[in-house]
Design a protein around this ligand. Structure first.
Ligand code: NAP
Ligand code: 2RA
Length: 382
């Protein structure tokens, strides 16, 4: 082994974090994931394409379709010409990845898109016009008034609006986990203001960023130069207070997405949101320190009780060392939104603080899309 012992430790830590994704977590998922409908007994089947099938989100979509027994008849993995011809596995069979530029979307009833905003801008309207309902993971359509932006635990009724343009938008990962945790508190006590700081994993940037963190970590432990390409500065052993592009108001676009998307999903433009988003050297799982000011006083005990029965939420909140959720050990490879550190804000009479952690690729992207698809077929396409 050419690595120093220290690197082995880091490499093992990385593998544990990454490796969780492939682990046998199915019994856990069945226990905790809000499966809005049981798909296993469905007789009707659907032709489904996954655009971005070779990416971090697309690969996870494919495995979740399988895990949840989504009723797929014909399956079409799509990507760019770069990876057309390569293989992906679905339900024990190898499928050839097809070039989206040559694909006839009239072959599908459902399209799960995660190949970037410009790709969705080009192909989602074409797919919808061909009769394929698109569930889009990119930021392309999220703010369009006639396109629903959906988190099934929060606003499943909005899916009905898909008929207007044949497209349903999946929110950004940092927004999804926050609104899943906040919805039960909002329903009980109202929310006037949210202050949130995020600690987002590199998988949120895609496969190249996962590789960049791995490679920088290896470089540091083997005394080689650290090269950065995906991020503007070294991410290994560092924190970057910057995600997506800077806007004129000094916030980044990732931060403004949290403002715009929260108001749209909660259907309440009066909720004030003040985010700071940061990238941390974690492979999978975003964490968020969320501070809210409710309209009516809600105690920490009341909030904990509401969260304990909220769909999609697991409360892990013991006031002792380790009694809280973390991205690598609890969230990576799992489906729930974990909430811990629930406490009353000592600086505000109606303030509550909490720590919210979830797998950004699963609930933050792929799982949320497939939960939307489950409702779509059960309530609208059957
Ligand atoms: P990724 O790992 O970099 O994968 C990108 C995928 O898009 C690959 O399959 C790639 O195919 C495909 N692609 C790129 N350009 C294409 C083109 N011109 N035509 C067709 N396919 C193309 O990225 P990712 O993390 O999966 O993210 C994909 C999208 O999901 C992004 O819009 C991202 O913002 C969104 N999203 C990601 C997360 C997350 O946590 N990662 C969360 C929410 C939303 P090739 O193999 O052919 O290059
Ligand atoms: C990130 N929220 O973590 C984004 C993923 N689209 O960068």
């Amino acid at each position: 082994m050419r690595f120093a012992h220290g690197l082995n430790v880091i490499a093992c830590a990385a593998i544990v974090n990454c490796g969780n994704r492939a682990g046998a977590v199915l019994p856990y998922l069945v226990l905790f994931t809000p499966k809005f409908f049981d798909m296993s007994g469905m007789s009707k089947t659907y032709d489904v394409c996954v655009l971005g099938a070779t990416g971090a989100v697309g690969e996870t979509m494919i495995s979740i379709l399988q895990e949840r027994s989504f009723p797929v008849r014909n399956f079409y993995p799509l990507a760019s010409s770069r990876s057309a011809g390569t293989k992906v596995e679905f339900r024990g069979r190898d499928y050839t990845v097809l070039d989206v530029a040559k694909f006839d979307f009239s072959q599908c009833q459902i399209g799960l898109f995660s190949a970037g905003a410009s790709v969705s801008a080009e192909y989602a309207p074409k797919a919808a016009a061909a009769g394929c309902v698109v569930i889009d993971n990119t930021s392309q359509f999220r703010q369009d008034k006639d396109i629903p932006l959906v988190v099934p635990e929060v606003n499943p009724h909005a899916i009905a609006q898909y008929k207007q343009r044949g497209i349903i938008a999946n929110p950004n990962c940092s927004t999804i986990q926050m609104v899943v945790a906040l919805k039960p508190l909002y329903d009980e006590a109202g929310i006037e203001r949210i202050n949130v700081a995020t600690y987002q994993s590199v998988s949120g940037t895609g496969k190249e960023a996962i590789e960049e963190l791995s490679e920088q970590t290896r470089a540091i432990f083997t005394h080689r130069d650290v090269v950065h390409d995906v991020y503007p500065k070294q991410i290994a052993f560092n924190v970057l207070p910057h995600i997506d592009v800077f806007m004129d108001n000094g916030y980044t676009k990732e931060e403004m997405k949290m403002v715009w998307e929260t108001q749209k999903i909660m259907e309440d433009d009066s909720i004030l949101v003040n985010p700071t988003t940061a990238r941390v050297p974690v492979f999978y799982g975003h964490s968020e320190a969320v501070h809210i000011e409710t309209t009516h006083k809600l105690s920490a005990a009341q909030a904990r009780a509401l969260l304990e029965k909220a769909p999609g939420v697991v409360v892990m909140d013991e006031r002792k060392p380790g009694g809280y959720p973390t991205p690598a050990l609890e969230a990576a490879g799992k489906d729930p939104v974990y909430v811990g550190r629930i406490r009353e804000d000592i600086s505000h009479p109606r303030g509550l603080d909490m720590w919210v952690v979830s797998d950004n690729i699963r609930k933050g992207a792929a799982l949320n899309s497939i939960q939307i698809a489950e409702i779509l077929i059960e309530k609208y396409l059957s």
